[in-house]
Design a protein around this ligand. Sequence first.
Ligand code: ZN
Length: 244
Amino acid sequence: MGNGNHSAGAGRGADGGQGARRRTVRRRSVLIGAGVAAATGGVLAREQLGRLWYQVPGVSKPRVEGAVDYAKAEWVAASDANWRRADRPDDFTVDRVIIHVVQGSYAVALKVFQDPAHRAATHYVVGKDGRVAQLIRELDVAYQAGNREYNERAVGIEHEGFVDRPQDFTGAMYESSARLTADICLRHGIPVDRTHVIGHVEVPGTDHTDPGPHWDWDRYLRLVRAAKKQLERERKQDERRERA
Ligand SMILES: [Zn+2]
């Protein structure tokens, strides 16, 4: 959000189109929630699903009610007036993470994103205590940035608090958000730098100011890089275990 109401330019007009553009297919990035993988028997089933669906151009990937892209997130569905169905990364390359500040509480963010009149929402909300909600699948385009191209290429994260209250940006929130951003960057192959992890304020054409001058970018990127290394280590261990 930023200037009071987030998404004043982000709604209706800015995002009415269909995701028809086809781009490079990266099978590695098939995004199916953790719940689905568990239910269907893990990696092998996920690979088979991915292969099947990639062979049918223009058809959306299968979805499961309540599935999340980030295992630690609770699912709270946003109103479907606040996002557009898409098939990322097949139709749009995902190469940005956009950082927002709610100008309100975690509860307020969830409430307005469930309100069809709001006409905007982000994929994730992170609380001061570190909890994470996912409201929109990463497959889909969230009306978050007030810029159609950036909506189509980005995953958005809201943070509980106010831009002019640095005490709102707690250690728990920074660390939790950094783990989330690291997970997103790893899955989509997004570099962890200030070109690809940006504030809403940096989106071309926006009049929003979030996350504001008190958001500590150096600290945040340091945490994201550390979290990404940790995830890469865990992934390698998993691969080793699977081979054994
Ligand atoms: Zn914002």
